[in-house]
Design a binder for this molecule. Structure first.
Ligand SMILES: [Zn+2]
Length: 59
């Protein structure tokens, strides 16, 4: 399984929060929760940073 990380922005508190939440969910093998945080992160990246986040995942 490969996961392309979202382009989180260094120095952004919300990015740091979402990244930490996603990584801790993944570390706990809670993939549905990790996915939820990724959705939030993609929306945040698009609206706050103007980044169209590309996520590639393979099972
Ligand atoms: Zn951010």
């Amino acid at each position: 399984m490969s996961v392309v990380r979202l382009p989180y922005v260094d120095g952004c508190a919300e990015c740091a929060r979402l990244r930490e939440a996603e990584e801790s969910a993944r570390a706990a093998y809670d993939h549905s929760k990790a996915g939820d945080y990724r959705v939030l992160a993609r929306r945040h990246l698009r609206t706050e940073h103007g980044v169209e986040a590309l996520v590639v995942e393979r099972a």
